[in-house]
Design a protein around this ligand. Structure first.
Ligand code: S3P
Length: 447
């Protein structure tokens, strides 16, 4: 929803050991895709474990506006009756994607090769983010867009009446752009090809295959080459959404920070395009064990057992960035209590997320008494034995900035307050309750 409600300041206080089991919600990326692919399929797609965060609820509402029947049956249990590839109806009103870059970019792709027009908007954070990265390739299919300066939302997209397939090399490592092109390619005749120099999360490719599309992936010298044959009839599929590795990173990092903690986080996706944070934590010395590795809903998953560990700073390999792009904020918070410097390079994309995350983390850490250095595409955090804390941090309508500082506040000398924790509801609505149940002292103002 574009109306960003009243701010909810929240405070994390130094806490005793975190103990117990953390059932984190379903994966946000897969949840968006389950709804969109369900809407583009023929028949009923049954989804279990859907993330019921605001970002995903906004996508569900959008799919209804394009003509799909989307129903909630119980917690995390949803069904989608799709309209088929090319079957989207023209929405009556404006499509409001709230805070969600994934929602708006994937939906623009999904409608761009159908002969309809839709207008998209979002909240103050989303309306600042670049959309040209999606509307440029969609123009190659024949779609037209009219947005604000810099191609920003609100934006009207006129779908191509006679789409042509596209071969597109991603100029930035972005699964959202890749997915928008592939979803547009569904309703173009012939083969749409996307080339990515660095592999980004591959849920769209995996799920398209699961829904019956003809899609191949080849590792070539120019990178990963994904070829989709257009105009398939997608078949409705049951989708079991695994738990979100990006959400899991918050309780995992909190347990690493707070002495004597030990927690279990079951059923977390370990998809290799998403697990960079866990490799990084292990390299930093984390006592983090992947128990009971198995496959669920077509994704590798494991139960994560984490014990508090002394950590050392490392240089994170830049080529790992895409596989942990959403985890740099919590890593930066954790690095404040590691021994030595943690250097994060090749992270320019963080500047165009829900906030400029390099800037938001750098300013917040400085406010907490931590030394940092930043460049256009890097952030270095100087670890210390004790983080002073005792500050209010600006979260800039960014859920991951809010959660990162609330985790750090559990292990700082003085409480850390965030000016607005309300955006946490976009991706991890049960964060506060889940963390409290583990023993975290996280409170809303005046509670
Ligand atoms: C996502 C891709 C990433 C990530 C976002 C979710 C997705 O964005 O940051 O939270 O579901 O495709 P980019 O594709 O812009 O890197």
């Amino acid at each position: 929803m574009s109306g960003h409600g009243p701010a909810i300041p929240m405070t994390a206080r130094p806490s005793g050991p975190l103990r117990g089991t953390a059932q984190v919600p379903g994966d946000k990326s897969i949840s968006h895709r389950a709804l969109i692919l369900g809407a583009l399929s023929v028949g009923e797609t049954r989804i279990t474990g859907l993330l019921e965060g605001q970002d995903v609820l906004d996508t569900a509402r959008a799919m209804r506006a394009f003509g799909a029947e989307v129903t909630q049956h119980g917690p995390g249990e949803w069904s989608v009756h799709g309209v088929g590839v090319g079957g989207f109806a023209e929405p009556d009103g404006v499509i409001d994607c709230g805070n969600s870059g994934t929602g708006v970019r994937l939906i623009m792709g999904a409608m761009a090769t159908t002969d309809i027009t839709a207008t998209f908007t979002g909240d103050a954070s989303l309306n600042k983010r670049p959309m040209g990265r999606v509307t440029d390739p969609l123009a190659e299919f024949g779609a037209q867009s009219f947005g604000r300066s810099g191609g920003r939302l609100p934006l009207t997209l006129i779908g191509a009446a006679q789409p042509v397939p596209v071969r597109y090399t991603l100029p930035v490592p972005s699964a959202q752009v890749k997915s928008a092109v592939l979803l547009a390619g569904l309703n173009a005749p012939g083969q749409t090809v996307v080339v990515e120099a660095e592999p980004t999360r591959d849920h769209t490719e995996r799920m398209l295959r699961g829904f019956g599309a003809e899609i191949t992936v080849a590792d070539m010298t120019e990178g990963r080459v994904i070829t989709l044959t257009g105009q398939p009839e997608l078949q409705a599929q049951p989708v079991a959404v695994p738990r979100d590795p990006s959400s899991a990173a918050f309780p995992v990092c909190a347990a690493l920070l707070v002495p004597q903690s030990e927690i279990l986080v079951p059923g977390v996706s370990q998809n290799p395009t998403r697990n960079g944070i866990y490799l990084t934590l292990q390299e930093m010395g984390a006592d983090l064990v992947m128990e009971n590795p198995r496959s669920e809903g077509g994704e590798p998953v494991a139960d994560l057992r984490v014990r508090h560990s002394p950590l050392r700073g490392i240089a994170v390999p830049p080529e790992r960035a895409a596989s942990m792009i959403d985890e740099y904020p919590v890593l930066a918070a954790l690095a404040a209590l590691a021994e030595g410097v943690t250097v994060m390079r090749g992270i320019r994309e963080l500047r165009v997320k829900e906030s400029d995350r390099i800037d938001a983390m750098a300013r917040g850490l400085e406010a907490c008494g931590v030394r940092v250095e930043e460049t256009e595409d890097s952030l270095s955090v100087h670890g210390m034995a004790q983080v002073p804390g005792g500050a209010t941090v600006q979260t800039h309508i960014d859920h991951r900035i809010a959660m990162s500082f609330l985790c750090l506040g559990l292990a700082a000398q003085k409480p850390i307050r965030v000016d607005d924790a309300s955006p946490i509801a976009t991706s991890f609505p049960v964060f506060e309750d889940l963390m409290r149940a583990l023993g975290a002292q996280i409170t809303r103002e005046n509670t």
